[in-house]
Design a protein around this ligand. Structure first.
Ligand code: NOJ
Length: 873
């Protein structure tokens, strides 16, 4: 029923595009024209299919297919590949890209086949599921438009209880296509679902669904939609990975079929255009990088936001906030940020404070600031009716409108509310004024206040599926159904831009925003969390695959509520949750309003001490986390990294989702997520040396002959960790009250030699708060070790290196799987000096004491007459 009209083709090899028409033949033999365009953007294939519709009259909404999702999420100024060789023959056009890859577009039946070194790897429309429900009028006889395989229920009526009021002004509009991944068995991505890391077979059962919703008490092991969506699916095998980025923001279903030696995915969206980009690369990291180059790399957040966040719904008043704040210091537990949920505002009217409970926010912010602490306050997109902000939004017509194009009214936390339409540029400018510099709401001139954007799916308590009706209308007269999954992103981006304007020129310029709803592209401006989980063991367990998935699809700044949102965790569960939560890129404890207090000191010892140790471990690793975020901001590196990334040849590793690496640091963690856990079997995916690194302390070394499990002790006070041979990492090991107070603390280096006696690693440093790093004010140290030398090379401009001149490396610990021979240790950084050291009894651990190395310039340590004793084990 679909074919490409060869006569319509226009091929431009200079800036590569193939444009033309697809012809759809209807049952009554009439035809419809579907213009398509295939292009190579940044060397990735992008394919779009639109529909040429007749002029549709008497209609309020925009009658075109929504084709602006790409405009919102893709980086501006993407380049088209130049001088591409293509060949047009009878029924196909072929072209080559990126040296190893070639593609062919067949005209009838339509197929797009992408090959690697001559072998087909991806076939688009292999199962002929390409479909675009063309426009028809309500009055048209159904039999003229429906092929026998199409269902014949009234496509202008929605019979679901929740949404039967939907006016469906444009009738059926769905788009669909299928992708076959040749000889691939492992698929990932398309969050958000409370599911395994690997996508499961769904053919014959509930497909994965992407529809941003405020899901109440979500269940685990589910394909149901959740708060956010990123329509990126990645298929991976040892020699190749392929990403499909489906650029459509409407309700979307994805069916997965892994029942044959190939894997298949079938995508259907309620409306919009067909628009997808294919990323193909020899490694999955390569796919990640390409996706980042097109949608933007994750932000480099303020350092404080990688520290510990203390939240609950709600800290009651200013006194309560400051008491909790003091208790952290009393119990010697570091933290960086305290949070205020919806009760801080007067009657939940955002941009106001309840003057009785929070009489002096500026003072509160000042007290927090003395020890480098921050405050995050919540501002949701629903605005209570009957006060200044909502009145102005209504007057200026900056709201989401109902299907008659008048302000839409619904219910949310404050009662009757309206919703700001952040697709409207004027609404964004209005938003700027609300966060403007020195407003009382933002604590006057405070710069330690940041934002939480919740309920932005949007959540509408009395709306269909607890969201906005699909026929509500946004700027440009676009129906909500077309932009639904994108709304949350436009909202948090608007907040980000407003805060950026507010903070411009100040020392702490980088805005921090947590969002519940998100879409592809959100990584540039926000962190996400997995919403309302429960204080139950299975939610702790599922937090790991959920966050791994988020990391795989380029949204690494992700976390889950530590302790679980609903309910009251046992002290053991709470403790285990902290031991897991310290690995979440975004590390925040949160609790429901009805939950009992559970700040780290509440359970008492031994729990409190164990939680303190866990949080201290996180703080000691902040340089490693920050370096991983830096890498991610350049290449889309997952921060919680699935095991198979590190061992792509090992097929067994592709399914492991209860343990992970921390970025490229070599730290491998398997948190305990079971009650009464006493030990864990950690999976080692390769034959490298691994060092026991329980609680961040180096221990015994292991080297397996083949990938397999090692049993590790995991009593309540133990966090099972390994450090991979070949890694070097830098930590800061002194207790401070917040990350800001650690800024100039000395570093301790951990050098874990591999079997050849070598290791390397890196450390990224900047001021952690401003955008000065963009003009080069940063330091990147590359470390390299061999068995007789350790070298640090530094890249950084002199302005910044001189600021950091007083920061030193105070200790270096070197471990080896074999016995070390150590003669003299000489440090060279300008001058040469000998250095004290100690060697462990088994001669596998060397500690270099106070080498007095400045972090800001290069250095060498000669381990004279030293090396590895290769004969002795
Ligand atoms: C729902 C959010 O998921 C939760 O974290 C928050 O506490 C409540 N809304 C109240 O704002």
């Amino acid at each position: 029923m679909y074919s490409i009209d060869k006569g319509s083709l226009a091929i431009n090899n200079q800036k590569f595009t193939i444009e033309g028409n697809i012809v759809k033949v209807l049952p009554n033999a009439s035809t419809r024209t579907l213009p398509f365009k295939l292009s190579l953007v940044e060397d990735n294939i992008r394919f779009t299919i639109d529909e040429k519709r007749p002029d549709i009259e008497n209609i309020l909404v925009n009658s075109h297919r929504y084709n602006e999702t790409g405009q919102v999420v893709l980086r501006k100024g993407l380049a088209l590949s130049e001088n591409v060789q293509s060949k047009l023959t009878e029924n196909v056009v072929k072209f080559q890209f990126n040296s190893h890859f070639e593609a062919e577009l067949q005209f009838s039946p339509i197929r797009l086949i992408v090959s690697y070194k001559g072998t087909p790897q991806l076939i688009v429309n292999n199962d002929n599921l390409l479909n675009m429900e063309h426009w028809r009028s309500r009055e048209d006889p159904a039999e003229d438009h429906l092929h026998p395989e199409e269902s014949d229920y009234d496509l202008f009526l929605d019979s679901f209880a929740d949404s039967k009021a939907d006016t469906i002004p444009l009738g059926p509009e769905a788009v669909a296509v299928d992708f076959t991944f040749k000889q691939f068995n492992h698929l990932y991505g398309i969050p958000e679902h409370a599911d395994s890391l690997e996508l499961q077979q769904t053919s014959g059962s509930e497909p994965y669904r992407l529809y941003n919703v405020d899901i109440f008490e979500y269940e685990v092991d589910s394909r149901l939609p959740m708060y956010g969506s990123i329509p990126l699916l990645i298929a991976s095998k040892p020699e190749l990975s392929i990403g499909i980025f489906w650029i459509n923001s409407a309700d979307t279903f994805i069916d997965i079929d892994k029942s044959t030696e190939d894997s298949k995915s079938h995508w259907i969206s309620e409306n919009g255009v067909i628009d997808f980009i294919i990323f193909i690369d020899e490694t999955i990291s390569g796919v990640n990088k390409k996706y980042g180059s097109v949608t933007g790399y994750p932000q480099l957040p303020q350092l404080f936001s990688l520290g510990y966040h203390q939240c609950r719904w709600n800290y009651n008043d200013q006194k309560d906030v400051l008491e909790v704040h003091e208790n952290f210091d009393k119990h010697q537990i570091p933290y960086d940020t305290i949070w205020l949920d919806i009760e801080y505002a007067d009657a939940k009217k955002y941009f106001t404070w309840n003057e009785e409970t929070f009489p002096n926010p500026e003072h509160m912010l000042k007290v927090l600031d003395r020890t480098g602490r921050n405050l995050v306050v919540i501002v949701d997109p629903h605005i209570k009716t009957g006060y200044e902000v909502s009145n102005e939004l209504v007057e200026q017509q900056l709201t989401i409108n109902d299907n008659t194009n008048k302000t839409y009214y619904g219910h949310c936390w404050p009662g009757e509310s309206i919703w700001i339409d952040t697709f409207n540029d004027k609404a964004k400018s209005y938003w700027d004024t609300k966060f403007a510099w020195a407003t009382t709401f933002m604590g006057g001139k405070s710069t330690n206040i940041h934002l939480w954007n919740d309920m932005n799916e949007p959540s509408v308590f009395n709306g269909p599926e607890t969201s906005a009706p699909r026929d509500t209308i946004h700027s440009g007269n676009w129906e909500h159904r077309s932009v639904h999954n994108l709304y949350g992103l436009t909202y948090h981006e608007a907040t980000f831009e407003s805060l950026k304007k507010r903070l411009r020129g100040h020392t702490r310029e980088r805005p921090f925003i947590l969002t519940r709803s998100y879409y592809a592209g959100s990584q540039k401006t926000a962190a996400m969390w997995t919403g309302d989980n429960m204080s139950k063991w299975e939610y702790l367990k599922y937090s790991i695959p959920m966050l791994l998935t988020s990391n795989v699809v380029g949204m690494p700044f992700a976390g889950a509520d530590v302790g679980g949102f609903f309910g009251n965790p046992s002290s053991e569960l709470l403790t285990r949750w902290y031991q897991t939560g310290i690995w979440y890129p975004f590390f925040r404890a949160h609790a429901h309003i009805d939950s009992r207090r559970r700040e780290p000191w509440m359970p008492g010892d031994p729990y409190t001490s164990i939680i303190r140790n866990a949080i201290n471990l996180r703080y000691s690793l902040l340089p490693v986390f920050y370096t991983a975020f830096y890498e991610s901001s350049k290449s889309n590196l997952p921060i919680m990294k699935p095991v198979f990334y590190e061992a792509p040849e090992n097929l067994e590793a592709y399914s492991i989702d209860d343990q992970f690496y921390l970025g490229d640091s070599g730290i491998l963690v398997k948190p305990v997520t079971e009650e009464n856990g006493e030990d864990v079997d950690i999976y080692i995916p390769d034959t490298e040396i691994y060092y026991d690194f329980t609680n961040g302390k180096l221990g015994k070394s292991y080297k397996l002959d083949k990938p397999g499990h090692i049993s590790m002790e995991a009593s309540l006070e133990q966090i099972p960790m390994m450090l991979k041979g070949g890694s070097i990492l830098a930590r800061k090991e002194r207790y401070r009250r917040s990350s800001k107070l650690m800024y100039k603390d000395p570093y301790t280096l951990y050098v874990a030699l591999n079997d050849q006696g070598a290791a390397n690693g890196s450390l990224y440093i900047d001021d952690g708060e401003s955008y000065d790093y963009e003009s080069g004010n940063s330091i990147l140290v590359n470390f390299e070790a061999t068995s007789d030398k350790i070298i640090g090379t530094v890249v950084g401009n002199s302005d910044y290196t001189s600021t950091m001149d007083d920061v030193v490396i105070e200790k270096i610990i070197v471990v080896s799987g074999r016995k070390l021979i150590v003669g003299d240790i000489v440090v060279k950084q300008g001058e040469e000096s000998s250095c004290r050291f100690s060697l462990s009894k088994n001669r596998q651990e060397l500690t270099i004491l106070n080498p007095k190395i400045k972090i800001s310039s290069g250095w060498t340590i000669d381990l004279k007459e030293s090396g590895i004793d290769h004969d002795e084990l």
